[in-house]
Design a protein. Structure first.
Length: 363
């Protein structure tokens, strides 16, 4: 979790002071020939060095920017004031970039361990074509996760006879999983000519994506056995044919909310039950968070941060080989690269926009 900006800078100031104290202590030890403590302090200094020196550069640029801003507003030569104003703008930009670096380094070293996320893909409008696009998105996400050093675990799927999926649920694990996938929540639109279209007409289909952090035990009230209705049945494939001879598939209904989860991908009934419970807990957390969010403010989320499932966030146009993210009005033409999992072409600008907005927000 990120610290408020003032609190974060105050913490960096304290680290800077601690670094100076360590340097003084190290100088004393050099004359006392205490090799063991000298080595320990040297390691601690080396660990803090990049963070502290970047912070000192940040402070120097802040002082320079303030001086330039004072010159820009002072009485005197108009050309000199304009030069000072331009310099102040550039210095503030450098300062913002340095603060981003500091936050990234701090988050990597001191951030909370990343919890897994549940990603749910569902075919919406477009029938079989939408189901095929669920499969396409799943392949994109799997390749993207691998490029980010993340792992993907298939939780449940509902295949169609055409080779697509009505629904597909995966768990994504690893550092930065939520950060890298949170902008995928919403409606994804695909425009292309289906293979079965004889006249070459372009069809438009949609897929909804939900990204839900797996809850920690402290975040949800305990789920008691009497709140659950658990049914077991035989797994089925496309068209309803049985694919297993034992009752290994599991359906869990949460009676207080009516939420229902089905899992049949594993041969083991126990494994299917475990996976179904993980998905159920994630959905309950999502419902709880949405309820709390609505009580605080119905319009607090920005368009970049939004995870509303009814929002059209992105269009994949196959005939024109382009992808448009509607939240930023960004169109990229590296179509094949994105299909091969290079989603950073779309995710990185969204992360930058979110970060820029948070830096501009009042502390």
């Amino acid at each position: 979790m990120k610290l408020p900006r003032d609190q974060f800078l105050a913490h960096l100031q304290a680290l800077d002071q601690h670094y100076t104290e360590l340097e003084g202590r190290l100088a004393q030890l050099a004359s006392q020939h205490d090799a063991s403590e000298y080595q320990q302090l040297s390691k601690e200094l080396a660990k803090l060095k990049d963070l502290v020196f970047t912070f000192r550069t940040y402070q120097r640029i802040e002082r320079d920017a303030e001086e330039s801003e004072q010159l820009a507003h002072a009485q005197g030569d108009l050309e000199l004031r304009e030069l000072a104003r331009e310099e102040a703008v550039l210095l503030r930009l450098q300062q913002t970039q340095l603060l981003e670096q500091l936050e990234d380094v701090w988050q990597e070293e001191h951030g909370e361990p990343e919890r897994p996320i549940i990603v749910e893909l569902r075919a919406a409008t477009g029938g079989l074509e939408a189901g095929l696009f669920v499969g396409d998105l799943y392949r994109i996400y799997t390749k993207y996760a691998a490029k980010c050093g993340l792992t993907v675990e298939l939780m449940d799927s509902r295949p169609t006879e055409a080779g697509g999926f009505k629904e597909l649920i995966v768990a994504v694990k690893g550092q930065g999983a939520y950060e890298r996938f949170k902008f995928e929540s919403g409606v994804h639109r695909v425009q292309r000519v289906p293979q079965t279209e004889a006249q070459g007409r372009i069809h438009t289909s949609t897929v909804t994506v939900a990204v839900l952090p797996e809850p920690q035990d402290v975040e949800l009230p305990a789920i008691t056995a009497k709140e659950l209705q658990i049914d077991v049945f035989r797994s089925s494939g496309p068209g309803g044919q049985s694919v297993n001879t034992t009752d290994s598939a599991v359906r869990i209904r949460h009676l207080p909310t009516g939420l229902m989860v089905t899992c049949q991908d594993e041969r083991s009934q126990l494994r299917n039950k475990e996976k179904a419970m993980r998905v159920l807990r994630a959905r309950l957390l999502d419902r709880l968070q949405q309820s709390q969010q609505a009580q605080i403010s119905s319009n607090r989320r920005s368009q970049v941060k939004s995870g509303e499932r009814s929002e059209k966030i992105r269009t994949y146009n196959f005939p024109d080989r382009r992808i448009t993210d509607h939240r930023l009005g960004l169109t990229v033409h590296k179509f094949d690269a994105v299909l091969e999992g290079n989603l950073q072409e779309l995710v990185d600008p969204l992360l930058a926009a979110e970060r820029s907005k948070s830096l501009q927000a009042p502390s």
